[in-house]
Ligand binder design. Structure first.
Ligand code: UDP
Length: 377
């Protein structure tokens, strides 16, 4: 089977550090290729994931350009998608397009009579109500959790082929990243109100537990980057909601000792920091659609402790593989009991449910269904 996988133009695959969708693609592709799928990747030129073919418009990730005016961002997405369509016009050996580019991906592909398309929904589907409410019928979709699909507009929910949970290579059978358990608790994720770093900081400060916040602030990965932005009133990110959230809501908790923000981390540094944590905190303030960082924590044997929202109850079994709370007070109580969770149980669960093989098998099944659905139309 020849599959064209569209990762979009925002970051290279695999991403250098933070990168939700690009991480998903980097996890899925090797497992598909092991199963004999030929993969054509639409991404940026700097992507160095092993694939059969790479197509791109841009040499490097355009993530920084997400801060540009809306029309310019749309221009970038459309230019990328136009390249993909040009490729599909040029050849007739692509069996299926697996698209991950939010909104512009399905919008452009639905206007073109090409191979069957499966579009993976990565976001909270209430974000673009008008678009998702009248989603193009010709495109098959899947969600990344049941809870995400339950909250989707009715037409989209009815049309979805199902949910495929996110996976991580850390849950592969040959992976055995282990670290001495440290004292610190971690929030691994974009620094923004939705992820709730301020709640983690408040709780840990009250309990006297050391907390490390890892993650970029609106794409800014270091303190120096942040300072450049906050000191320059004309910088395009000056006044960005996430930059303001960091400065006004999170920074007052940072004390250099108990609560630290270390910026964005990637690769081995991320795995080591994560694997040695006592627990991973998810005090989420939204209905998290997929939660890669949650399955990564399980795979590393680090119990997730979070608020019972979004996909968390589908991924974490309260009392067995982590703890789920309904309130901040409850979250604090469970944090103190986190050592009751058996790390081996977390790892086993990740290997059973969130490995690249499990994800690839599930997608292969959806690819077949997408192809037969398009034949019968
Ligand atoms: N991540 C990372 N470095 C950081 C912060 C996050 O590599 O400093 C990774 C994290 O390990 C996960 C991804 O970025 O793989 C975030 O995906 P998730 O689904 O948790 O959140 P999203 O940002 O997509 O809502």
């Amino acid at each position: 089977m020849n599959v064209l996988i569209n990762a979009g133009p925002w970051l290279e695959v695999p991403p250098p550090g933070y990168g939700g969708i690009e991480n998903v693609v980097a996890t899925l592709v090797p497992a598909l290729r092991e199963r004999g799928v030929r993969v054509i990747l639409a991404s940026v030129g700097a992507s160095d994931l092993e694939v059969d073919e790479l197509i791109s418009v841009y040499d490097t990730g355009q993530f920084g350009d997400l801060q540009k005016p809306y029309n310019q961002v749309m221009g970038i997405a459309h230019a990328h998608q136009a390249r993909l369509v040009e490729e599909l016009r040029r050849r007739d050996d692509v069996d299926l397009v697996h698209d991950h580019l939010e909104v512009v991906g399905p919008a452009v592909l639905s206007a073109f009579d090409g191979p069957p398309v499966l579009h993976t929904l990565h976001w909270d589907l209430r974000k673009h109500p008008a678009f998702y409410g009248s989603f193009p019928q010709s495109i098959a979709v899947n969600g990344v959790s049941e809870s995400q699909l339950r909250r989707a507009p009715e037409a989209l929910r009815d049309a979805a082929l199902g949910a495929v949970h996110l996976a991580t290579p850390l849950a592969g059978h040959d992976n055995d990243v282990r670290a001495e358990r440290g004292e610190h608790f971690v929030v691994m994720g974009r620094v923004c109100r939705l992820k709730g770093q301020h709640v983690a900081a408040r709780v840990c400060q009250k309990l006297g537990l050391p907390l490390v916040l890892a993650g970029p602030v609106s794409g800014l990965g270091t303190q120096a980057d942040l300072e450049t932005v906050t000191q320059d009133p004309y910088h395009p990110l000056h006044g960005h909601p996430d930059v303001r959230y960091h400065a006004d809501v999170v920074a007052p908790y940072l004390d250099g000792d108990m609560v630290r923000w270390i910026g964005a981390v990637g690769g081995q540094e991320r795995d080591d920091l994560y694997a040695s944590a006592r627990a991973a905190l998810f005090p989420i303030q939204w209905d998290e659609p997929g939660g890669t960082a949650v399955v990564e924590a399980l795979a590393l044997g680090v119990p997730p402790v979070g608020l019972r929202r979004g996909c968390l109850p589908e991924i974490v079994e309260h009392g067995r593989t982590g703890f789920l709370a309904d309130t901040e007070e409850e979250l604090a109580e469970w944090l103190l009991r986190v050592d009751e969770i058996d790390p081996e149980e977390c790892r086993r669960e990740a290997r059973r449910r969130f490995s690249p093989s499990v994800m690839a098998e599930r997608y292969l099944e959806l690819y077949e269904r997408t192809i037969s659905r398009s034949r019968s139309r």
